[in-house]
Design a protein around this ligand. Structure first.
Ligand SMILES: Cc1ncc(COP(=O)(O)O)c(C=O)c1O
Length: 389
């Protein structure tokens, strides 16, 4: 029968404890989540600065709609680039210290765009082994040669670069700034040195670093002691710490002009809704200026790590808002997440293929919306379900 792989693959996913389905959240994203008429403490969201339901941003969205309407009406090069887009672009350039940037509807499409645009048949892409699926997929679909270096291992990157023949004309090295499933940070300084000495371009995907790390939330690169403009490409999203959605790609004016002229995912898609863009501006302003959000998040992270360690819960080496507890077996991890739900905690089980085989985990995320008391209750609940396991 045609397309019978559909049923087969779904059955295999179920049998392996890897089946996925959306859960319907019935209210706004925040400290609490409502699902099926039950309320949970939310430890799964990427809303690190607690902005997704902030009253100031809800008002901004309303005001943006009044000023510019809800839809952009077209792609950026037709009617879709509004004053709201121009203002956000200028604001981000100033905040992040970059020469030029382009807005995208999602980080996923931004990553597809960059790799497809820049790398052809004779070019080389080298990525950290644990880079996000959007980067890995783009690399596999591109015509270039793709290699992966061991996670956060710039010596291995150096070996790979040294082995390349000079025929590899353009080389692009990509790492996440903060790894989405592990929460650890890339060795950005040494990646920078390696790429510089091999005449390669460096791109950092800072989806999980922007707003959270660096002076005034300028991200992982600034946290590492460099400037965002030291990189050839700095990319980040608006859907994590900024609490809204969408993404941008930053680089030299020539690179952004090239992207605007040649990148299909940029050209042939409807521009971000202007009311949303207006809201992102307000969110970026709050992320830049409201240092208390980062300070509070840091104290919650420290508290979580101290309490978890005191309770014999094994943690990775992350000091960011992403604190995975690696269980290994997928079915066990799902069972743990379900038990935590019965105790009132929403923690998502992350399984392969999102993470490597045998490394299923509870991906705990902390946000500025949490209180120390929430963290204490969470750690006690995790200890309890681990004991029962
Ligand atoms: C590292 C990284 N890059 C890119 C993306 C994609 O961003 P978006 O959700 O805006 O498509 C994600 C999303 O989870 C991510 O974690």
């Amino acid at each position: 029968m045609a397309f019978d792989f559909i049923e087969q693959q779904l059955r295999a996913r179920s049998n392996d404890g890897l089946y996925r389905a959306c859960k319907t959240m019935s209210g706004p994203q925040g400290r609490l989540l409502s699902v099926d008429n039950k309320t949970y403490l939310n430890f799964s969201s990427n809303d690190y600065l607690g902005l997704a339901s902030d009253p100031a941003l809800i008002k901004a969205w309303q005001k943006g709609a009044e000023l510019y309407g809800v839809g952009s009406g077209g792609s950026y090069l037709v009617t879709g680039y509004n004053q709201a887009h121009a203002d956000l672009t200028e604001q981000l350039k100033e905040w992040l210290g970059v020469e030029a940037l382009a807005l995208f509807s999602s980080g996923y499409s931004a990553n597809q765009a960059i790799i497809k645009l820049l790398l052809g048949k004779n070019d080389l892409l080298i990525q950290d082994k644990l880079n996000h699926a959007s980067l890995m997929e783009a690399g596999s679909l591109a015509d270039c040669k793709m290699l992966r270096f061991k996670h956060n291992d710039s010596d291995h990157l150096s070996q790979l670069l040294n082995k390349q023949k000079s025929a590899d004309s353009n080389k692009l090295i990509i790492s996440e700034g903060v790894f989405s499933m592990d929460g650890d940070r890339a060795p950005i300084q040494s990646l920078y040195q390696q790429t510089k000495s091999h005449d390669a371009w460096l791109m950092i995907d800072d989806a999980h670093g922007l707003g959270v790390l660096g002076e005034n939330g300028q991200g992982s690169v600034v946290e590492a002691g460099l400037q965002n403009s030291n990189l050839q490409i700095y990319m980040a999203t608006f859907g994590k710490a900024l609490g809204v959605g969408g993404a941008f790609v930053a680089g030299s004016q020539a690179f952004i002009d090239y992207l605007t002229n040649f990148s299909k995912p940029y050209i042939y898609t409807t521009g971000l809704p202007p009311a949303m863009v207006y809201t992102i501006s307000q969110a970026a302003n709050m992320a830049e200026t409201e240092q208390w959000r980062r300070d509070k998040l840091q104290s919650l992270i420290k508290c979580f790590r101290t309490l978890a360690t005191d309770n014999g819960i094994q943690l990775g080496c992350s000091n960011t808002a992403i604190q995975p507890i690696i269980i290994g077996d997928s079915k066990q991890t799902v069972a743990l997440a379900e038990k935590l739900k019965t105790l009132g905690f929403w923690t998502t089980a992350i399984r392969p293929p999102t993470v490597p085989v045998n490394s299923a985990r509870l991906r705990i995320t902390l946000t500025t919306n949490h209180e120390i008391e929430d963290v204490k209750m969470l750690v006690a609940a995790i200890r309890r379900v681990l004991n029962e396991l």
